[in-house]
Design a protein around this ligand. Structure first.
Ligand code: KG4
Ligand code: ZN
Length: 355
């Protein structure tokens, strides 16, 4: 009898207490998100998108901060409820410290600090770009392979484009990065030039599926080393359309699918040529792709094809973890929690990348 009770106690102790439960908060741009993880396993991941920016063709920082302020408490409440977790069961609160829009980051950081302070729990500051990479380690019902350290990561988002050498959850080295626009920006600006709504990346992706990627060609930038540049491509796309529209004012609408497929093809060529170079330089064949643009079906297909042809190990994030989400903040927080790497209450957000 005593032994049975003891075993039941042990079972509950290990199942319910030994796991580390983290609330993650993401508010770096225009998505307000809260997620709960238990160790690496996701219990909830709630995202409130801000449709207010669509009318402006891009994110308006002041409107973004205001919408975060309205969304943050309801989003956290839903995340806790969906995860069936009480506030006092949380072990820590992780939040995005940067990079991002300062006004947006301040909402998430201030919420995380006061919420944790009221609960008497530690806070964990998370770098948004590292979190995109660590999203690969979130566990869900779907069994997926996780990358093994060290690996290379191509992080492609709306604000950043980088190739990193990832040695551990905390040790990452940037091998190359964009000197101007990010890959996501190249998608969004090309889409805007064609009159598509913001964010344009997913629209180009969809249209490209029925277009010919070789219909039009655009010059690929020549940048030394492993760095990128996308601003020239954006300009040549703009001038190309301006010239064609002079001859035919319906040029864009008549060629929308081919234009989308061609610009997408060029952006992917640029991304992959530097990635291949980085693999050659480092001898690493384990590759992860992260960030919003990793949702692009053209990029995913091309990377998978190259992997099959060249014997690479490629890791693509599940779509829910490709674009901004708080599950990636929570998992990055988990890795810091096990290192007892906590932040103090006087910590302030940063707008620019520190990687
Ligand atoms: O990582 P993310 O959600 O936010 C940032 O940290 O910037 O990335 C957003 C970017 C936007 O530029 C968006 O257009 C792009 O990711 N994106 C895509 C796709 N889904 C999102 N670009 C191309 N194809 C997609 N399917
Ligand atoms: Zn992001």
């Amino acid at each position: 009898m005593f032994l049975t009770l003891f075993l039941i106690f042990l079972y509950f102790f290990f199942v319910f207490k030994m796991s580390i439960i983290i609330l993650g908060i993401e508010s770096s741009c225009d998505d307000t998100s809260a997620a709960i993880i238990s160790d690496k396993r996701i219990l909830s991941n709630i995202i409130a998108n801000q449709s207010v920016h669509q009318a402006f063709g891009g994110v308006v920082p002041e409107l973004a901060s205001r919408a975060h302020q309205q969304n943050i408490i309801p989003v956290v409440e839903v995340a806790l409820r969906k995860a069936k977790i009480e506030k006092n069961q949380l072990d820590a609160v992780a939040f995005t410290r940067g990079p991002g829009l300062l006004g947006s980051l301040l909402v998430g950081a201030s919420f995380a600090k006061s919420f944790a302070l009221a609960l008497g729990k530690p806070i964990i500051e998370v770098d948004h770009l590292k979190a995109h990479i660590l999203a690969h380690f979130v566990e869900t019902e779907v069994q997926i392979r996780h990358p093994r350290f060290p690996f290379l990561c191509l992080t492609v988002s709306g604000g950043h484009t980088q190739i990193l050498y990832v040695d551990s959850p905390s040790k990452m080295e940037v091998l190359g990065k964009t000197l101007d626009d990010a890959a996501g920006e190249a998608f969004d600006k090309a889409a805007k030039t064609m009159g598509l709504p913001y964010p344009g990346g997913p629209h180009i992706d969809k249209l490209a599926k029925t277009g010919n990627p070789k219909a039009f060609s655009f010059p690929e930038p020549r940048v030394p080393g492993l760095d990128y540049s996308f601003s020239g491509l954006k300009t040549s796309f703009l001038y190309f359309l301006r010239d064609r529209l002079k001859e035919n004012e319906r040029f864009i609408e008549e060629n929308l699918a081919d234009l989308s497929a061609s610009i997408q093809f060029t952006i992917i060529n640029v991304l992959l040529s530097k990635l291949k170079k980085a693999m050659k330089q480092t001898g690493i064949k384990d590759i992860a792709i992260a960030g919003g643009v990793s949702a692009n079906s053209g990029l995913r297909n091309r990377v998978n094809k190259l992997a099959n042809e060249n014997d690479w190990n490629v890791f693509l994030p599940q779509l829910q973890f490709a674009t901004d989400n708080a599950a990636m903040i929570a998992i990055a927080g988990y890795f810091k929690y096990i290192e007892h790497d906590f932040a103090s209450q006087d910590i302030a957000p940063y707008a620019k990348s520190i990687l």
